[in-house]
Design a protein around this ligand. Structure first.
Ligand SMILES: Nc1ncnc2c1ncn2[C@@H]1O[C@H](COP(=O)(O)OP(=O)(O)OP(=O)(O)O)[C@@H](O)[C@H]1O
Ligand SMILES: [Mg+2]
Length: 315
C-alpha cells in the first residue's frame, strides 16, 4: 500500500440537523443532530485509510475546537501535520427537512496569518518527502492567497510527490498553474475555471485536452449521477454508475478522488481503477456519511458500473 498525505487548508465541523420544516425567522425545533470532523482532504483520507493506505493529514485547524478533529485523527491512526491557528475551525451547518430539502450554511473559518502559513510550509518540507502522493482538496481559508497555494503545490511537486488537486474557483485556477499530476473537477468547476462551455462530450474533451497540454497527467471530470470521464495519455474512459438510492451525496467527489489515487498508485489497469473509483463514489451516495463499510455491496456496485472506452480523437 502507499503512503499518502492529504491537505485540508479549510476543514469544517459538519453539523447536520434534521427538522420537520424550516421556518425562517421563527424558533425551530430540531430532531436529530450529528456533528463530525470533516473537510475534503480529511474525507479523502478516511476513504484511503479504508483502502488500506498509510495516511498523513495536514492543513490548518482552529485551536478553540480541536477535540473532534484530534479524536478523528487518533481514531484513524493518521499522522498529524495540522498547524494550529488561533480561533475556531468553521462549522458547516446542514438543515435537512422531512421532504428532503437541504439548506447549507457554511461558516467562514479562522483567519490564517503569515506565521501559520510559513509554519505549514516548513512542516511539510520536513514531513512530506517520502510520501507517494498528496491530495490537496477543498477551499482556501481567509488569509491564504492563491499565489501561496500555487507555491505550495509547486513545492510538493518538487519534493517528488504526485499532486492530486480537487478544488474550485481561484484555488483551482492557481493550483492548475503548477500542472498537478491529477485534477478532479466536476463539470461546473471545469467550465468555470477555463471559461468554457463543457455541456457536450466534445466540449468536455476539448477542455480536458487544454489541461493535458499544460502537463496535467490525469483529468478526471465528474458529472454526478452521469458518472465520470477520465482523460489522460491513454484512451478516454467513461464510467456510468448504476442507479442507486441516494441517501446523501456528501463525500461523493472525495470518494472518487480516493478511488482514483488508490488505483493509480497501485498501478492497476485503468479500466479497473475507474470502475472501482466509480463504485466507491456510488456507495458513498447510498450512505449517510461515506467510506467503505460493506465490501460485498461495493463488489456488486463495481460489477454494475458500465465502462466505455474511446480511442483519443474519436467522437
Ligand atoms: N446519484 C448518484 N448516483 C451514483 N453515483 C453518483 C451519484 N452522484 C454522484 N455520484 C458519483 O460520485 C462522483 C462525484 O460526484 P459529483 O460529480 O457530484 O462530485 P462533486 O461535485 O465534486 O461532489 P462533492 O460535493 O463531493 O465535491 C460522480 O462522478 C459519480 O461517480
Ligand atoms: Mg467536488
Amino acid at each position: 500500500m502507499a503512503k499518502i498525505l492529504t491537505l485540508t487548508l479549510n476543514p469544517a465541523l459538519d453539523i447536520t440537523v434534521s427538522l420537520d420544516a424550516l421556518r425562517p425567522g421563527h424558533v425551530n425545533r430540531a430532531g436529530t443532530q450529528h456533528s463530525h470532523a470533516a473537510g475534503k482532504g480529511l474525507n479523502v483520507a478516511q476513504v484511503l485509510a479504508d483502502l488500506g493506505h498509510d495516511v498523513t493529514v495536514g492543513g490548518f485547524l482552529g485551536q478553540d475546537n480541536l477535540q473532534p478533529f484530534e479524536a478523528l485523527i487518533a481514531w484513524r491512526g493518521f499522522a498529524d501535520c495540522f498547524v494550529r491557528v488561533p480561533g475556531e475551525t468553521r462549522s458547516n451547518l446542514k438543515l435537512v427537512e422531512a421532504d428532503g430539502r437541504v439548506t447549507d450554511i457554511n461558516g467562514q473559518g479562522p483567519q490564517v496569518d503569515e506565521a501559520a502559513s510559513v509554519a505549514l510550509m516548513a512542516l511539510l518540507e520536513q514531513t512530506a518527502p517520502g510520501h507517494d502522493a498528496v491530495v490537496v482538496a477543498g477551499s482556501l481559508p481567509r488569509g491564504i492567497s492563491p499565489e501561496w497555494f500555487r507555491e505550495l503545490l509547486q513545492r510538493l511537486k518538487t519534493m517528488g510527490l504526485k499532486v492530486a488537486l480537487d478544488s474550485s474557483g481561484e484555488a483551482l485556477r492557481a493550483g492548475l498553474q503548477s500542472a498537478p499530476w491529477l485534477v478532479k473537477p466536476n463539470t461546473e468547476e471545469l467550465g468555470e475555471v477555463l471559461g468554457l462551455s463543457v455541456d457536450s462530450p466534445a466540449e468536455q474533451q476539448a477542455a480536458a485536452q487544454r489541461l493535458l497540454a499544460t502537463g496535467v497527467e490525469h483529468v478526471v471530470v465528474s458529472a454526478g449521477e452521469q458518472g465520470v470521464s477520465w482523460f489522460s495519455a491513454g484512451p478516454l474512459l467513461h464510467a456510468q454508475p448504476p442507479q442507486v438510492r441516494v441517501a446523501s451525496t456528501v463525500g461523493a467527489g472525495d470518494s472518487l478522488v480516493a478511488g482514483m489515487v488508490h488505483g493509480l498508485l497501485l498501478a492497476e489497469a485503468p479500466a479497473q481503477t475507474l470502475r472501482r473509483a466509480t463504485a466507491i463514489a456510488a456507495q458513498a451516495v447510498t450512505q449517510v456519511g461515506f467510506g467503505i463499510r460493506d465490501r460485498e455491496h461495493l463488489a456488486r456496485l463495481e460489477a454494475a458500473v458500465q465502462l466505455t472506452e474511446q480511442q483519443e480523437g474519436c467522437r
